[in-house]
Design a protein around this ligand. Structure first.
Ligand SMILES: *Cc1c(COP(=O)(O)O)cnc(C)c1O
Length: 383
């Protein structure tokens, strides 16, 4: 049991963060980095990046993986390669990068509401937001739980719109035995340090579309098709060799990361399950999940509201966080651009007010989780 040392200092002298990196395979990483130094090949489609792309494509069962320097640039390239412009429909309940990747390219993100139970896009809401200017739909597999893929694919087909998925949370997850990565026209991954699987910084576009993959590859490297031949307006989206080395080293630990996350998840859930007003977001055990996010929703039956619970945890250096609060549509520049967006996003607004994410991952112990859950019980049950 972790005891609070006195009444003034927090229970944990080292903060328990949400999104503390999962790092393992240090020996493999150092060996691969050493080989990289010996080769003197640090970037530009090197052997480690190629090997990493091959591993990712095999693991996800897709034809192509184009490794990118981060998930945001991967989104931007995928959006451009798919020819999106004008308006693109996305959820507002997502990390701000989903919206920024559009706005940065002068495309209007049109926010559709979510299902309050799954937190994922509501296909009926997406349908309502389609206009003659709509050129695409981006679904997000929030918390690694699959978006309503079948309904969104039907809608995209009906309106002849390209469907892209932001799968930044969903590496290692599957829907009905099919790995996330193979849905829509393409999917985008993030390998940021805080994500389930990291390459320090990194991302990827994964797709079964040969032409799209080729286009993304060219765009990643300034549009160079040959030494002196530029065929697209491209950018610099290349993944560095050292990042691919980290990815290759982490690959051996994917299952053990999931195992640890699952253990943590059930420790939280079992300890909080009988607490009135607190719901731990569920994972469907018939699907493959990475359990990277321990999400609680604080309802009106709780004696303390979400903000009070987060504040009480933060005071003890348990850095639980509100997530995707207040929603993209209530952050700049979208707040000013779309001042009435909230009227169409009641579920997004409500969910953003009640969600908090708790620390998990390979660096937290069951003893620490026990302390965190006792604290939540104390705060949420006190009148
Ligand atoms: C992390 C994240 C991104 C951005 O990925 P980076 O690698 O950090 O650029 C995009 N979308 C979602 C949903 C994310 O969580």
């Amino acid at each position: 049991m972790v005891e609070r040392p006195d009444n003034t200092s927090p229970a944990f002298s080292t903060p328990l963060h949400v999104g503390r990196p999962n790092t393992a395979g240090r020996e493999t990483f150092l060996r691969l980095a050493g080989e990289m130094f010996d080769r003197g090949w640090l970037s530009n489609d090197g052997p480690l990046v190629r090997e990493f792309e091959k591993r990712v494509a095999e693991y996800l069962g897709v034809r192509h993986c184009v490794a990118i320097c981060n998930g945001t640039i991967a989104l931007e390239i995928a959006i451009r390669a798919l020819g999106m412009k004008g308006e693109v429909i996305i959820p507002s309940y997502t990390f701000i990068a989903t919206a920024h990747a559009l706005h940065w390219q002068h495309i209007t993100p049109v926010f559709a509401d979510i299902d309050p139970v799954t937190h994922n896009l509501d296909p009926a809401a997406v349908r309502r937001m389609i206009t003659p200017r709509t050129t695409g739909i981006i679904g997000v597999h929030l918390w690694g739980r699959a978006a309503p893929v079948t309904d969104l694919e039907a809608l995209a087909n009906e309106y002849q719109l390209p469907l892209l998925f932001d799968a930044a949370h969903a590496f290692g997850c599957a829907l009905n035995q099919k790995m996330i990565g193979g849905f829509g026209r393409a999917e985008v991954l993030s390998f940021h340090a805080t994500k389930f699987f990291n390459t320090f910084e990194g991302g990827a576009i994964v797709t079964n579309d040969d032409q799209l993959a080729e286009k993304a590859r060219l765009m990643r490297n300034f549009g160079f098709a040959g030494l002196d031949n530029v065929v697209h307006p491209g950018t610099n989206g290349k993944m560095a060799e050292v990042c691919a080395a980290m990815g290759l080293a982490n690959f051996d630990y994917v299952d053990s990361f999931i195992e640890t996350n699952r253990r943590n998840y059930y420790a939280y859930r079992d300890a909080l399950t009988s607490l009135p007003g607190i719901t731990v977001l569920g994972y469907d055990e018939t699907q493959r999940n990475n359990f990277q996010y321990v999400v609680i929703e604080v309802g009106p039956e709780s004696a303390a509201n979400r903000d009070e619970i987060v504040a009480a945890l933060n005071a003890e250096n348990v850095l639980a966080r509100k997530y995707f609060w207040p929603g993209c549509h209530r952050m700049e520049p979208y707040r000013v651009l779309f001042p009435h967006a909230s009227l169409l996003l009641p579920n997004t607004t409500a969910v953003a007010e009640r969600v908090a994410v708790l620390p998990t991952g390979t660096t937290i112990s069951l003893e620490q989780i026990d302390f965190v859950t006792r604290l939540i019980r104390r705060v949420a049950a006190a009148a």
